[in-house]
Design a binder for this molecule. Structure first.
Ligand code: GDG
Length: 482
């Protein structure tokens, strides 16, 4: 049962870079924690409540050591980061080394030894906190690329725990991963887990191959055999969304009327195309907008008929590559609108901002075609969100083959985001397909998203993790045999 007293020892501990709340300081100096509703917390909240759960993560600020507290029935354990650690661990090693490297080096990764030192220090702090919070024999679920050393560090402190790790972003092919001066450390870090989960089967295969080649452990299919007798399982667990909740929101009267209003404000175009992304160079925004502008320039589309709404949510604005990307997109949009727009008819309606969930649902409802063209993406939840909102079985999805979501959303208009002509063709095909064809594709995709929602994802992962063989059982059994 939920209480207001933070759990002293939890049976399920989630360790993620960020807490599911943001710390804000009011003008009178009082501190407030505001829920930042992410898919992860929606997925895990029910299991956390049933299992005396605790969530460990950074608050997003530099306020120093803060005591655990309870928010909406969840015990939250803040892990502090200093200004320098934010620069070196977070903006540096996580977002300027690992992020580009793991996304097919679409930007050049930077390697700095002091960044890795900071990554190690911060990972150790997370491991230490998790070790303090986890009950005897508890399950600890570590998330994402910022915390890849935590599983081994935690196992060293608490061999009784069952440890899972899930990577939300792609895991690169061996040729790219080998560039990392700390490649072996990262692999050994992950091998501290009992179960290492990825979005796609190919990522799990990359990991197992690297472990065999670089660390020299025996492997068979998705299992790694460690010299001490322990086994590590790798596997694909494609993440999803709260599809039922989102569909309900999309069906609501307020969202329906807002969707109509949006179309009206855009001059009731015949076609509304939509892109929604964090402003990130992996999302392929630049090439997508170029492809669209060429369709206008070629005369295949006309600004009197069509408008492209691009929402680009501000992201990692202190990182140089992100600042440069923002300038590049600003310039491109300015040029396209300057060259191709008419009075009251911009070619692209560009919004560098973030919106509440209701507004996102209204945008999804308003759009005839959703265009998602990342150069590489772990999953891409926006694709699934669009599909979940299209309860009338209409609309069309243009989707990059290089997004994890393409494995499940096979009925999307799949594109190679590096192929501008291919993207132009797919956008036109999606726009002009018959309602019957659109309905056929959308129904199939909706079925997949409804059946595989985020709750199914979390419970499947935790089920597999709970079936892994913990080390202490093995010790007990081998001592019994003696
Ligand atoms: C990483 C991986 C993987 C965006 N703008 C607004 C807003 N959003 C929401 C979307 C969606 C989420 O943010 C973005 O998720 P994505 O999956 O598209 O991309 P990443 O942020 O890169 O996420 C990715 C994911 O982790 C999960 O494992 O799929 O591959 O890169 O939910 O709707 N939400 C609101 N306002 C906005 O302006 N409310």
């Amino acid at each position: 049962m939920a209480t207001d007293t933070p759990k002293q020892s939890a049976d399920l501990v989630v360790v993620a870079n960020r807490l599911p709340v943001d710390r804000t300081v009011n003008p009178d100096g009082s501190v407030e924690w505001r829920r930042s509703p992410g898919g992860l917390v929606t997925a895990i909240q029910p299991v956390m409540r049933d299992n005396d759960g605790a969530w460990l993560g950074w608050s997003g600020g530099t306020e120093g050591e803060t005591e655990p507290f309870v928010d909406d029935g969840l015990t939250l354990v803040p892990v502090p980061l200093s200004e320098q650690e934010i620069a070196e661990f977070y903006e540096g090693f996580s977002n300027s080394t690992l992020w580009p490297l793991y996304h097919d080096v679409v930007a050049k990764p930077e390697f700095h030894r002091e960044w890795f030192d900071s990554y190690e220090t911060v990972n150790q702090r997370f491991a230490q906190k998790a070790a303090e919070v986890a009950a005897e024999g508890a399950m600890v679920w570590v998330h994402d690329y910022q915390l890849q050393l935590v599983p081994a560090m935690l196992r060293a402190l608490r061999p009784d725990l069952r440890i899972g790790f899930f990577l939300h972003i792609p895991f690169p092919p061996t040729e790219l991963f080998q560039q990392l001066p700390w490649r072996r450390r990262l692999l050994e870090g992950l091998l501290g887990a009992d179960l290492v989960g990825f979005q796609r089967p190919g990522a799990a295969a990359n990991f197992v191959r690297l472990v065999r080649q670089r660390v020299g452990h025996k492997t068979h299919r998705d299992t790694v055999y460690l010299p001490d007798g322990r086994r590590v399982e790798a596997g694909a667990f494609p993440i999803s969304i709260d599809s039922h909740g989102l569909e309900e929101l999309a069906r609501s009267e307020s969202v329906q009327s807002r969707a109509k209003e949006i179309r009206g404000q855009l001059g009731n175009p015949r076609w509304l195309l939509l892109g929604v992304d964090r402003l990130d160079y992996t999302k392929g925004i630049y090439a997508r907008l170029r492809a669209y502008s060429e369709l206008l320039n070629d005369g295949a589309l006309d600004v009197e008929d069509a408008v492209f709404v691009q929402v680009a949510t501000p992201s990692r604005e202190r990182v140089e590559q992100y600042r440069r990307l923002r300038d590049d997109i600003d310039r491109l949009v300015g040029r396209i609108n300057g060259d191709l727009g008419r009075i009251g008819r911009p070619a692209i309606s560009y919004l560098h901002t973030s919106y509440p969930r209701e507004e996102m649902a209204a945008l999804y409802q308003a759009a005839d075609v959703m265009v998602i063209t990342p150069l590489r993406d772990g999953m891409n939840l926006v694709a699934k969100e669009y599909v979940a909102c299209r309860f009338q079985d209409d609309g069309a999805l243009v989707l990059s083959e290089f997004a994890g979501a393409a494995d499940e959303l096979r009925q999307a208009y799949l594109v190679n985001p590096y192929d501008i002509n291919g993207m132009k063709g797919a956008i036109l095909e999606a726009l002009t397909a018959s309602p019957k064809e659109k309905g056929r594709r959308m129904r199939a995709m909706r079925k997949s998203v409804a059946e595989n929602d985020v709750k199914a994802w979390a419970s499947e992962y935790l089920r597999v993790l709970s079936e892994t063989e913990p080390m202490h059982d093995k010790h007990v059994r081998s001592s019994e045999r003696r």
